[in-house]
Design a protein around this ligand. Structure first.
Ligand code: SAM
Length: 371
């Protein structure tokens, strides 16, 4: 097992030598869309962020740091001009532009003026994002009114309707009950489908969750970081994109996972060492790392419950040895009872960081320190 390099990467933004709901949405099949560009629009528009349940606070903190975002109410806010900056929010699943119409029922949207406004609203998003199809998400989708709205929009925009449509339109009653809101997703794909993901694996972590975990663990330039059981490398890539660190290394016993992580890191243009090594037998000296972050096998897509019963206590024991005195261990798992039992019998102390709901899973993340 090679030792972690101590040379610090020049900066997160520096290009270096090229070297998965909470699981990964499928990567786009066709060519990747270009950047979203709203030309010549300096007006402020209202937006809403869509996040995985459990990531709301992280996303709100990320939003609070966006210059010019104003009148923020939870994940809803106003933003002036082109919204490209919003598409760099990393803990967010999607950004929607939002507009309200003072109509009592969706039928009101078919009125001449309202429909013209609606078509213009949707067209601006479509032209900026390059979406090639659309879909409508609303209660009563099969109603005559929504069928007609779908047909008229398809004709006005010259866009085909598809159940998998790229331009997601959501229709819902306004919270005060006096109008209807239409939300249009800015990007053809969810933001959690990252540009860098050229390799996908069963059990791959959703990149927004990986980003959120690193935010909560703390991004420190002096950290020597270890990602045991790195799989496709989601935690490595997301951290490498967040800022400088002292050293970072990932390991996995599966050679295909190692190749996959390397391919994703290369696509992200980040030079991080990944080795085919058993995380429990690295041969590294005591206290080699300041931050250890692991997405353990959950016993469904990866691993099984019987092997996890052995793995989890052994993992906690070995990570205790590898963690520096003031270091942190972050663990994400869906094997909650097993993990909490193993934790109670370990020397680690800590607390639950978050629980995220995604793709039928509801894993928890823990932040632990040496007791
Ligand atoms: C849940 S997956 C990790 C997914 C990863 N976070 C991603 O985004 O792709 C768990 C990984 O642990 C690896 N693994 C299991 N036991 C291991 C061990 N003792 N040492 C190193 N890797 C191990 C498996 O090969 C698998 O790739």
């Amino acid at each position: 097992m090679p030792r972690p390099k101590t040379a610090r990467p020049k900066s997160a933004g520096t290009r270096t030598r090229p070297a998965h709901p909470a699981k990964v949405p499928q990567a786009p099949q066709r060519g990747r869309p270009g950047p979203v560009r709203f030309k010549h629009d300096t007006r402020a528009h209202e937006y809403e962020l869509e996040v995985l349940p459990g990531l709301e606070d992280v996303a709100a903190a990320e939003l609070a740091a966006v210059p010019q975002a104003r009148d923020i109410r939870g994940l809803r806010f106003w933003y002036p001009g082109s919204p490209e900056r919003l598409l760099r929010l990393r803990s967010v699943a999607a950004v929607y532009r939002l507009r309200r119409w003072d109509v009592p029922r969706p039928r009101g949207l078919l009125g001449h003026q309202q429909f013209e406004e609606l078509a213009e609203f949707v067209r601006a998003v479509q032209q900026a994002g390059g979406h090639t199809s659309f879909r409508i998400s609303a209660a009563g989708r099969e109603s005559d009114v929504l069928q007609r709205l779908t047909q008229d929009l398809s004709a006005a925009l010259g866009l085909p309707y598809s159940e998998e449509g790229e331009l997601v339109l959501r229709l819902r009653p306004a919270a005060d009950g006096t109008g209807w809101e239409v939300l249009a997703r800015l990007t053809p794909r969810p933001l959690s489908v990252r540009e860098w993901r050229v390799c996908n694996r069963a059990g791959g972590l959703n990149a927004s969750v990986a980003h959120a975990l690193h935010r909560l663990a703390g991004v420190r330039a002096e950290d020597r970081i270890f990602n045991p059981m790195c799989g496709s490398g989601t935690l490595l890539v997301e951290r490498a994109l967040m800022g400088p660190y002292e050293a970072m290394v990932g390991v996995d016993t599966d050679p295909d996972a190692v190749a996959c992580a390397r391919a994703n890191l290369a696509a992200a243009r980040r030079d991080v060492e990944v080795a085919q090594v058993d995380a429990l037998h690295t041969g590294l000296p005591d206290r080699s790392f300041d931050l250890i972050m692991a997405d353990l096998p959950w016993g469904d897509a990866v691993g099984d419950h019987a092997s996890n019963a052995e793995l989890y206590p052994a993992f906690l024991h070995e990570m205790y040895r590898l963690c520096s005195r003031s270091g942190r261990l972050v663990v994400l798992t869906h094997e909650l009872r097993l993990f909490e039992r193993a934790l109670a019998e370990s020397r680690w102390e800590g607390y639950e960081l978050l629980q995220v709901y995604s793709g039928g899973h509801h894993p928890k993340a823990y932040l632990l320190r040496r007791g």
